[in-house]
Write a protein that binds this ligand. Structure first.
Ligand code: PLP
Length: 395
């Protein structure tokens, strides 16, 4: 049977992730050092693992309420309030999801009608555009620029909003750029959001991993609080990628609509992960802070190294990625990553995997030990020195 004819239009339309494509290539080679994966190298803090193990030992192996364990929703509500001074009702405004990924999906599906425009940032996380397409929406890209440190400026937002715009999806601190929005940066967007009446899905999954500045949230502006849908989770700051746990905070009417979708596609998030996360929020701030400090030291190392070897790299203020500019090599992002992989067996992700505006950049994850980062960057330096010797690199 020719299955290509059986696949739905939307499933045929969405492209496989550019990250995966590149890693399939890398996986075919021996001894590759990867700086490609956006996943903490730390094991989940012991207190979380212990609470989850204990819950299993006690036979807590069932579905939970669709929205998640009430004790966890209460902890999420307190945690968010502690950090951003915004209260969400655990009964009506919080859903515990299977990762931030599910949160992005159910928020988009609950808001988008066929033909609605949803603005996404470019470069941006690979799952956003498929989420819009799978909902029948029309993705509209805002091209972010390095000169603005990849921030969303009020001018860019104003220019992108049309009568058909329903939703804006933002993500700060950003994957892949490490771009950061301060409270003052958000303040400038607030009147535009208020006036246009659009809904903003704010993916704040990296907010705990902020360095120079205090993380901010659009939800903390009372004028627009009701228009903001917060996506967050445990994968990054709590080193819990494999547990599949996240949450969505939103207005009660929207939350109810999202919960219907969640109920049918997921039923509930994994129960052991939920028990672990309760203790994570209660008792693991020290561990989260230790990991944050380790990432900060690695970021400092990477920014210095890449700039020193001739790849202009701005200092990101959050998440765990640097986004060096490779335009001086005259290669495209894909050519650069392929040549680097073949020559030095170091895998990075081509910037164009995150959208057109990522062309001319590579994404380097520093969720790796300093030793690994040192080894990988010394190999990248050798690769660049060869290019310089061959006269292929502009100063
Ligand atoms: C910006 C962003 N949002 C969401 C996710 C999804 O995270 P998870 O589903 O593991 O919570 C990721 C994962 O890389 C991400 O980088």
């Amino acid at each position: 049977m020719d299955y290509t004819k059986k696949i739905s239009h939307v499933a045929s339309t969405i492209k496989p992730s550019g990250i995966r494509k590149f890693f399939d290539l890398a996986n075919q080679m021996e001894g590759v050092i990867s700086l490609g994966v956006g996943e903490p190298d730390f094991t989940t803090p012991w207190k979380i693992r212990e609470a989850a193990i204990y819950s299993i030992e006690k036979g807590k192996t069932f579905y939970t309420a669709n929205r998640g364990l009430i004790a966890l929703r209460e902890e999420i509500s307190n945690y968010y309030n502690r950090r951003f001074n915004v209260k969400y009702d655990p009964e009506k405004e919080i859903i515990v999801t299977a990762g931030g990924s599910e949160g992005i999906d159910i928020a988009t599906r609950a808001l988008i009608n066929p033909g609605d425009e949803m603005i996404i940032l470019d470069p941006g996380y690979v799952a956003y555009e498929p989420a819009v397409i799978l909902s029948g929406g029309v993705p509209v890209h805002i091209n972010l620029e390095e000169k603005d440190q990849f921030k969303l400026t009020p001018e860019k937002l104003k220019n992108a909003i049309t009568e058909k715009t329903k939703v804006l999806l933002i993500n700060y601190p950003s994957n892949p750029t490490g771009g950061f929005m301060t409270k003052e940066d958000y303040q400038k967007l607030v009147p535009i959001i208020k006036e246009s009446g659009i809904i903003v899905i704010s993916d704040e999954i990296y907010a705990e991993l902020s360095y120079e500045e205090t993380p901010a949230s659009l939800a903390s502006f009372p004028e627009v609080r009701d228009q903001i849908v917060v996506i967050s989770g445990f994968s990054k700051a709590f080193a819990m990628t494999g547990w599949r746990l996240g949450y969505v905070l939103a207005n009660p009417v929207l939350s109810k609509a999202m919960c219907k979708i969640h109920q049918y596609i997921m039923m509930s998030a994994p129960i052991a992960a939920q028990y672990g996360a309760i203790d994570g929020l209660r008792y693991c701030q020290e561990e989260v802070e230790e990991m944050r400090q380790a990432y900060e030291a690695r970021r400092n190392f990477c920014v210095t190294e890449f700039n020193d070897m001739g790849l202009k790299t701005f200092k990101p203020h959050g998440a765990f990625y640097v986004f060096p500019c490779i335009k001086s090599t005259g290669m495209t992002s894909e050519e650069f990553c392929e040549a680097l992989l073949n020559d030095q067996k170091v895998a990075c992700v081509p910037g164009n995997a995150f959208g057109e505006s990522g062309e001319g950049f590579i994404r380097v994850s520093y969720a790796y030990s300093l030793e690994e980062l040192k080894e990988a960057t010394s190999k990248i330096r050798i690769f660049l020195d060869k290019l310089k010797k061959e006269g292929k690199m502009k100063d």
